[in-house]
Design a protein around this ligand. Structure first.
Ligand code: ATP
Ligand code: MG
Length: 373
């Protein structure tokens, strides 16, 4: 790497004095059941002693812990979830690179300050990539915190966990850069239950039970769509089925985008990303598991879609043309076609509706209408 060796040696000397030494432990070693940590709460500005009850390992995008606190005057329930934005989770992190990172960052900041950080490029030294990883963990933390801000009502309605605030784990207070001084955390309600991904619909859950749950998840999507915050990571491990009432709760807002949240309801509701997250993506997950792989969720949650009414299909024809409308129905499973549709073979599929909904069935519109608040 292209560092001036004298600088590097200088900084290695600093480390031998112990500066930044908190960082030289792997996350798997630090975050273990029984370990006690001290949190610096953001509001009120107080410290809180906690003990890890459970670590939701393997850690992927963040460290998620179930922790308990001594009963305090802070009115925090115990246990609660602590979501820690620890940059040591980065796949490129190790002890030697941490040493290099701290030394290089220090000398960089001394020369250029903390604000000018070069753009990512394959040619750049590894420490810059480590810095980019830190930025990624920080931005996930911020996205999640921002999302919860728009969801005060949704939290009361128990659609998502309650947000209790933010805190920091102090690391190296005297360091020159925020990636060295502390680690940011979110405090969240613990949803006692199982993730959808741990069920195998059709195997350890009957098809009927899976359908009941699917309807609840679809309703959760409709209920969340109105807030204008896109989730961007909807999958079966980010939905917890609460044990107390079997209601689904959507977690993990680390990829969320809140930029539409202050638009008027009509615009929020009809925006493509809201439709994509809470209408399309949820239905896709319920029918095909994650990424089209049924094995991931063990089977199909939601077997049949309520058919679109014929009148709605006639309305859609301007936009889509008959051919596409007929094609979409023809692609459904033969089981589903037989259940819901009559085929009129006399109709040319380019000029009319070849598949008509059987009489007396419940139908739906193409999209859910904007709710009345
Ligand atoms: N509020 C909560 N209540 C109960 N369990 C939770 C909660 N939040 C997270 N978990 C558990 O921790 C796991 C990881 O949490 P989360 O999805 O928020 O973290 P992540 O690191 O961003 O996830 P990913 O694995 O999607 O990258 C969840 O799948 C769930 O099992
Ligand atoms: Mg997740």
């Amino acid at each position: 790497m292209g560092f001036q060796s004298s600088r590097f040696v200088h900084h290695l000397r600093r480390f031998s004095n112990g500066t930044g030494s908190h960082w030289y432990r792997s996350p798997l070693e630090v975050y273990k059941p029984g370990v006690r940590l001290t949190l610096a709460l953001s509001a009120p500005k107080e410290s809180l002693e906690i003990q890890i009850v459970k670590a939701f390992a393997p850690f992927t995008s963040s460290v998620v812990l179930l922790v308990k606190a001594e009963p305090t005057a802070l009115q925090l329930p115990s246990p609660f979830i602590l979501k820690v934005a620890d940059r040591r989770l980065a796949p490129i992190w190790d002890f030697d690179r941490e040493k290099d990172y701290q030394a290089s960052l220090q000398s960089y900041v001394e020369t250029f300050g903390t604000t000018v950080i070069p753009e990512t490029d394959d040619e750049l030294p590894l420490w810059i990539h480590m810095l980019k990883h830190w930025e990624f963990y920080e931005s996930s933390h911020v996205k999640e915190r921002e999302a919860y801000k728009w969801f005060t009502e949704a939290q009361k309605l128990e659609l998502i966990p309650r947000f209790y605030g933010t805190a920091q784990l102090s690391m190296d207070e005297s360091a020159c850069h925020p990636s060295l001084t502390h680690i940011k955390c979110l405090l969240l309600e613990y949803i006692y239950g199982r993730t959808m991904g741990s069920f195998r619909p059709g195997i350890d859950l009957s098809a009927e039970e899976a359908e009941v749950m699917s309807q609840r998840v679809l309703q959760l999507g409709r209920d969340l769509r109105r807030y204008g915050v896109s989730h961007n990571d909807i999958h079966v491990d980010n939905i917890i089925i609460r044990s107390t009432d079997n209601r689904p709760v959507l977690i993990d807002w680390g990829n969320a985008d809140s930029s539409l949240a202050d638009l008027p309801l009509q615009q929020r509701w009809t925006h493509y990303s809201m439709w994509f997250n809470y209408h399309y993506r949820i239905r896709y997950m319920l029918r095909y598991g994650n990424d089209g792989d049924k094995i991931v969720s063990g089977g199909v949650w939601h077997r049949y879609r309520t058919p679109v009414s014929d009148i709605e299909q006639f309305r859609q024809v301007q936009e889509m043309g008959w051919k596409l409308i007929n094609y979409k129905i023809s692609q459904l499973s033969s089981e589903e076609k037989e259940r819901f549709y009559d085929e009129d073979k006399s109709v040319d599929d380019k000029h009319g509706l070849r598949w008509k909904v059987k009489k007396g069935l419940r139908t739906r519109m193409v999209d859910d209408p904007v709710p009345i608040m």
